[in-house]
Write a protein that binds this ligand. Structure first.
Ligand SMILES: Cc1cc2nc3c(=O)[nH]c(=O)nc-3n(C[C@H](O)[C@H](O)[C@H](O)COP(=O)(O)O)c2cc1C
Length: 660
């Protein structure tokens, strides 16, 4: 018997028997490389979770048909990111792919659930922008349009049923029409569809009725609903409970899938590492307490660990646990949990890179990304290319950051004899720096994972060991991977940087830099490093101001996490001055020029100047070895080649491990 007794007990949900309580709630990670179709990449990506033991597979949402007027559809389509006058489910080729996928899910013993979505950014209950990030107001739905949408849920449910899907979930959270009717902020209607809770649930209840009329009780039927909105004027948890209770009382529901958060906010519905595991679990509990026992309660939100999941069920917070990113980080985590192989689980660190990119794919064809799982988005290629090495080689990896660890891990898994040499006291490289900052301690989980994996795969690890080219050659390697990382960038064109009160952000985090009471952070970094350093210092009671080169801090942080970062900066009283580039530092002053206007300005009153300018690759050892020419297979990995984000280093290292 597994130590996770509750987690691995099957559950009957309507007519559907769920083999265990672990659910991949719907996540539109855009895994298909054929737009509008379910292809082999999609099946490989979500199928891996089913084979890995996840009992409930929600895969990716079905966007339903939206008949925009012919003259306007291209513009509206572009402005909301799609331009489909019909929906994919109406295409027989899509349904063929879906049938193959459902068969794959069933063969693995799991159930397949389809989420039905009408987005509300173009048309909605009332003329209120769906999220604060948008400045355009949606078209207000009339009776005929409401009728059209309600029927399309039923049509789509019937299509899902025809290909063997087990359950249907109407999406009534995030940026959907269902949500726009439920929320008092976005539903200002005075007709039968608006007003108090009983009127605002009418759209959802009608949609459920239409589906039931079409499919009867042959499939499980549920809704996804946010436990609370985190939006000014939005519903709180008590108001949500009232609406959910009323919907439950109609007898139409088999399950409710409760999450929390707004689509643009703090938190978003994909809570990042700053949130506790299952922090909003009380939203699940409220639903569980209120609803008839026949209605299963699924709760989702930053649950990445079977111990937490087991506890949530045991303590009555929910019956089913959503674990989406847990399965992206490690599609096999459920089987590993069942078999007690806990130290082998790669736990999601909550960086939100998966949703950040899936929400706004910049590269077409797009492949899903995970910061710590190098296989994500390349499952088929890995299946083809991952092979035991024809001949076991002696591999030396220099540098124990994520790229070095992944190169070592994959090479060892393929049967090579690997030695990993790290100058510091611990593996992990920049992960250790990130983990020192507030809300980022989960990054250390990946360090533990790599440490465990080095032991499990037999990599010889040498810590606090600095090597030069002679020391590497003395090990007689067949292959060498140089993964020596990066160092902070120091600008060349700024005077006064040799003054003693100028320090680097990394040294602040390491605790090796002295800082005074009044801190100026000068930033040319657009991701998390600057806000993390600022919060780290402000939390010590220091006065912190950021002078940033571009239009806003964290320019590269997408909407799912940007709100949280800005909130924390504000909560800590950190002032941000955008569009300023440093030109000189003096004993008591800083000189800037504005980024676009070219105007000069001077700021006084700081004891310490902290530079956060990104980083530059450190590859001298590689250059020397290359010039020497004696190592047959020589690779440069991760930030030592190009400092980017975590995912790029993870993939680069792992891909090198694959080809040695
Ligand atoms: C890449 C990605 C895409 C998502 N797309 C959807 C979606 O289409 N519909 C939806 O209801 N939730 C979507 N979600 C939210 C997840 O269903 C889930 O609620 C969220 O990831 C929090 O759960 P977790 O902490 O287990 O990851 C998405 C999440 C991710 C990571």
């Amino acid at each position: 018997m597994s130590q996770f007794e509750h987690l691995f007990t099957p559950l009957q949900v309507g007519p559907m028997r769920v083999p265990n309580r672990i659910c991949e709630t719907t996540n539109t990670i855009n895994s298909s490389m054929a737009p509008g179709l379910i292809d082999e990449h999609f099946i490989a990506h979500h199928g891996a979770k089913a084979r890995g033991g996840t009992g409930w597979i929600g895969s990716e949402t079905w966007l339903l048909d939206v008949p925009f007027p012919p003259d306007t559809s291209p513009e509206i389509g572009l402005s909301i990111g799609f331009a489909a006058p019909f929906a994919a489910y109406q295409n027989p080729a899509f349904l063929d792919g879906m049938r193959k996928f459902v068969d794959e899910v069933h063969a693995a013993g799991a159930v397949a659930i389809v989420q039905l979505t009408h987005l509300c950014s173009a048309w909605s209950a009332s003329a209120v922008p769906v999220i604060g990030a948008q400045d355009y107001t949606p078209h207000v739905m009339g009776e005929a349009e409401i009728e059209y949408c309600l029927n399309s849920y039923a049509n789509a449910a019937a299509a899902a049923q025809s290909v063997g899907v087990d359950g249907i979930e109407i999406h009534c959270a995030h940026e959907t029409i269902g949500y726009s009717f439920l929320s008092p902020v976005t539903n200002r209607r005075t007709d039968q569809w608006g007003g108090g809770p009983e009127q605002r649930i009418r759209y959802v209840v009608e949609a459920l009725k239409r589906i039931r009329e079409r499919i009867g009780n042959s499939m499980a039927l549920g809704i996804r609903m946010a436990g609370l909105e985190f939006r000014q004027g939005g519903y709180d948890n008590l108001q949500m409970r009232e609406m959910l209770y009323l919907i439950g009382e109609t007898g139409l529901l088999d399950f409710v899938d409760v999450d929390a958060g707004h689509c643009w906010g703090a938190p978003s519905y994909v809570p990042n590492s700053y949130y506790g595991h299952g922090e909003f679990r009380d939203c699940g509990k409220g639903a569980r307490v209120d609803l008839d026992r026949k209605i299963a309660v699924l709760f989702t939100g930053r649950i990445n660990d079977p111990v937490v999941a087991e506890d949530l069920i045991k303590q009555g917070y929910c019956d089913l646990v959503g674990m989406v990113r847990a399965g992206i980080a490690d599609p096999e985590f459920a089987n590993k949990a069942k078999e007690g192989r806990l130290s082998e689980i790669r736990r999601c660190i909550g960086c939100t890179r998966c949703i950040d990119e899936a929400g706004h794919p910049v590269l077409i064809p797009y492949t899903p990304t995970c910061s710590i799982n190098p296989l994500i988005g390349s499952e088929l290629r890995w299946n083809e290319q991952f092979k035991p090495a024809a001949q076991s080689k002696r591999v030396v990896v220099v540098g124990g950051g994520i790229a070095g660890c992944e190169a070592a891990r994959i090479a060892a898994l393929r049967g090579h004899q690997v030695t990993l040499i790290e100058a510091g006291k611990r593996l992990g490289g920049q992960l250790n720096l990130a983990a020192r900052t507030a809300g980022r301690d989960s990054f250390e989980d990946q360090v533990y994972f790599e440490e465990n994996e080095m032991k499990r795969t037999g990599v010889e690890v040498k810590l606090e060991c600095k090597v030069d080219i002679a020391a590497i050659k003395a090990l007689s390697p067949d292959a060498v991977v140089i993964a020596t990382g990066a160092v902070p960038r120091v600008p060349h064109d700024v005077s006064g940087l040799d003054l003693p009160h100028v320090v680097q952000g990394w040294d602040v985090l390491r605790g090796t830099a002295n800082t005074g009471k009044r801190i100026a952070i000068v930033s040319q970094e657009d991701y998390y490093e600057t806000p993390c350093v600022a919060e780290f210092l402000a939390a010590q009671g220091k006065h912190v101001e950021i002078f940033h080169k571009s239009v806003r801090l964290g320019y590269e942080i997408p909407r799912y996490s940007m709100g949280m970062m800005l909130k924390r900066i504000e909560d800590h009283g950190v002032a941000v001055h955008p569009n300023l580039v440093l030109t000189g530092v003096e004993a008591t002053a800083l000189e800037f020029v504005s980024s676009f206007g070219g105007h000069n300005c001077r700021k006084e009153g700081f004891d310490t100047v902290v530079l956060v300018y990104g980083s530059v690759a450190q590859h001298a050892l590689y250059d020397e070895l290359k010039a020497d020419g004696s190592v047959k297979q020589l690779y440069l990995a991760g930030a030592a080649w190009l400092p980017r984000h975590l995912a790029e280093s993870t993939r680069h290292g792992a891909n090198i491990g694959l080809v040695i």
